[in-house]
Design a protein around this ligand. Sequence first.
Ligand code: IPM
Ligand code: MN
Length: 352
Amino acid sequence: MGYQIAVIPGDGTGPEVVREGLKVLKAVREKENFKMDFTPYDLGGDRYLKTGEILPDSVLAEFRKFHAIYLGAIGHPDVKPGLLEQGILLRTRFTLDQYINLRPVKLYPGVDSPLKDKGPEHIYFVIVRENTEGLYTGAGGVLKRGTPDEVAVQESINTRKGVERCLRYAFQFCMKRNKARKLTMAAKTNVLNYASDLWMRVFQETAKEYPQVKTDYSHIDALCMWMVKNPEWYDVIVTDNLFGDIVTDLGAIIQGGLGIAAGGNINPDPGGVSMFEPMGGSAPKYTGKNVINPMAAISAAMMMLEHLGEKKAAERVEKAMMQVLAKHLKGMAAGEMGHTTSEVGDLVVKYL
Ligand code: IPM
Ligand code: MN
């Protein structure tokens, strides 16, 4: 019996990048001698357009039996924006209680950052984003829709339990990471008197249990500024769902863009099922052209290995990625790598 992985290639370029990720996983599985089986799920826009199904309850129930889920991309040009993202991605995050969105921001040697004078020695931190609450729950409503008197309310839900488990994960992650042992919380305590106030109080309370971690706070707007000016200040950053969504895109671009940025939707509890994905979307205009960068998907596969406890395999993948990034790839953007999607996967396998 080995690891059982559910695979959702999804829409657009998702299947192309997942193909390369699986290529690398299958190669490293042989080298490191563990078993890993893959079960594909055809969720996404095409299935929805054909059958009207987005994410059947039975599939969600099956997901619970896997060790992890490996996802390509969700989003189809012929489907109303948001329908698939909410129906597949967010529903899986919520139902499987993947309450952490983990996004490492690491600039690898050979990769260009748009930040002037900043190199790999400056850009290596991790963002812990709360992944099940805040403005993402769908709480709220609309009155008098479509009239001049329309009222739209979108509520940010922050539970003590949800905030505390996220902050506790971030403190523990910071200890385990064992670098500067500095945890920066970002919120908006100067304006959000209820939500950010709860975050701040729980942050201060939880900090008492982790005296070895230096605590630091930044308003989220200021964090956006400092992350660009002084990324080397950061070790671990923790924030709520929407702030985290925004600031992880900023993180992605300073590490070289969506071609390389990956993330994990983590349920850290015993028996929890986590899901790993490249950060980029389905990139419809590049679909089927073999030009999309699979590095982000390969990096997501590496995160999955690490999460499963296959540390040596994860390190092996990372080292191989680093060789390819430093020696072979001309750029990170689609069509600018100097290699096709499948060649990049082959190169990573070669260096494993
Ligand atoms: C992300 C994405 C999703 C989010 C979208 C596709 C719903 O932007 O994973 O960051 O907002 O969480
Ligand atoms: Mn996002």
